[in-house]
Design a protein around this ligand. Structure first.
Ligand code: GDP
Ligand code: MN
Length: 397
């Protein structure tokens, strides 16, 4: 689960990570109030107004703008809130902005002695250890740095038995070319960042940029935080930060009825029991020249009610031209599933407007095929995997 920048920063601050201070606002009025309040604590009159959406590259898209007085805060916040923000990381149509973060300007106008660094914490799957990835080349696209100047990206692996060690944090600060107060602050920054990562059960922190201010302080200016959704049950406070507006609406709905659904770009809807078979089915669709519209694991209980919900969810995607149902009857009997499909189909009537290809294999597969074939519905049955794929191909071509 992803957090908004403002939520990520608040979480990091609660672990002692130094951040650029800010207040979130839903309207231009709230933004002005926020700016006034910030000035009371920070003393600076300049602010930066930052669109809060789950996507990076906001600066490039016009979603991060400076305001040098309260009038500008009002105008800029008013323009950003409600805009459709397009960045290299959003869908082509962009994402609507519902709120902005009003933050203190930590680059202090006129000052040039600032440096931007890149710091992330993530799991190295090759070694099974968490690591810090960092670079002097912050503030820009880290993918470009990785491609053009890979020697400027450093990594530091963390031993899970002992956690981040003092010498490691100092090594990071040293490699970033810091000295004096900035060196001390960076070691503290890295240490508390690693603690926050482990304690919050996160799977990714990406802080780009980490700023060295002209007065040698170290601050997180941006924060991308991804929490491990499987661990949210033990972080009720973090789970409450979920913003469903940022998620795919079909996936949200599927999640609410307990279906494991992932939206994809293709034209063949998939209803499968078991994640492994679902992956294999998607491969087969690709091989047959189609493209999966979704991943959907209906799980063990493929009864009529569940099949109907799954059909309705799949059909919400307008790109779907055919549906492949691929069920292996191990514990669940194929004839029960077939009956479920027939019942759901009859119940849904005109709502089903694409061909359905059903492949049932396993316990009572022959009875199931008989049931489908004699139903008189627009459902094609298959027994072999390849046969099913071929029928899918025929249906969409
Ligand atoms: P992103 O574009 O979505 O990654 O958003 P960031 O939070 O990283 O902001 C984009 C850029 O805006 C940063 O790389 C900074 O260069 C700039 N920026 C952010 N905060 C400030 C600020 O307080 N003052 C100034 N002058 N620039 C800022
Ligand atoms: Mn950034």
């Amino acid at each position: 689960m992803n957090l908004h920048e403002y939520q990520g920063k608040e979480m990091l601050a609660s672990f002692g990570v130094a951040i650029q201070r800010g207040i979130v606002a839903q309207t231009a009025d709230e933004a002005v109030t926020a700016a006034k309040k910030l000035t009371e604590t920070t003393g600076t009159g300049w602010h930066v107004i930052k669109a809060q959406i789950h996507a990076g590259g906001r600066g490039k898209g016009g979603g991060v703008r400076l305001a040098k007085n309260l009038d500008e805060v009002r105008t800029v916040a008013g323009e950003i809130i409600g805009m459709q923000l397009i960045t290299p990381q959003t869908p082509p149509a962009g994402k609507p902005v519902h709120q902005v973060l009003v933050a203190e300007d930590v680059y202090y106008p006129g000052e040039t002695e600032t440096s931007e660094f890149y710091v992330s914490v993530l799991l190295n799957r090759a070694t099974g250890r968490n690591m810090i990835m960092y670079s002097t080349e912050g503030g820009m696209d880290i993918e470009t740095v990785a491609e053009e100047t890979p020697h400027l990206i450093f990594t530091e692996e963390i031993d899970p038995a002992v956690g981040i060690q003092g010498f490691q944090a100092r090594k990071v600060a040293f490699n970033l070319g810091l000295s004096g107060n900035a060196f001390k602050e960076m070691t503290k920054f890295i240490t508390s960042l690693c603690t926050a990562y482990v304690e919050s059960d996160s799977s990714l922190f990406e802080i780009n940029p980490v700023l060295k201010t002209s007065d040698n302080r170290i601050l997180a200016v941006d924060a991308k935080v991804t929490l491990d959704a499987n661990a949210l049950f033990r972080h009720k406070d973090l789970a409450a930060l979920r913003d469903k507006r940022e998620e795919n609406p079909i996936e949200v709905e599927a999640g609410e009825v307990g279906l494991n659904y992932v939206d994809l770009d293709g034209n063949v809807g998939c209803m499968v029991n078991g994640a492994g078979l679902a992956m294999a089915s998607m491969d087969l669709i690709k091989q047959a020249g189609g493209s999966p519209a979704n991943f959907l694991d209906v799980g063990g209980t493929a009864d009529a009610a569940r099949v109907e919900i799954a059909f309705r969810i799949i059909l919400k995607d307008p790109a779907v031209e055919a549906i492949l149902v691929n069920i292996f009857g191990g514990i669940v009997r194929c004839d029960r599933v077939a009956q479920g499909i027939v019942d759901a189909y009859k119940n849904m009537g005109d709502a089903i407007n694409v061909p359905i290809i059903v492949r049932l294999q396993g316990t009572n597969a022959d009875i199931a095929k008989e049931l489908i074939d004699s139903s008189g519905l627009n459902v094609l049955s298959a027994t072999a995997f390849q046969e099913a794929a071929d029928k899918v191909q025929e249906a969409i071509s």
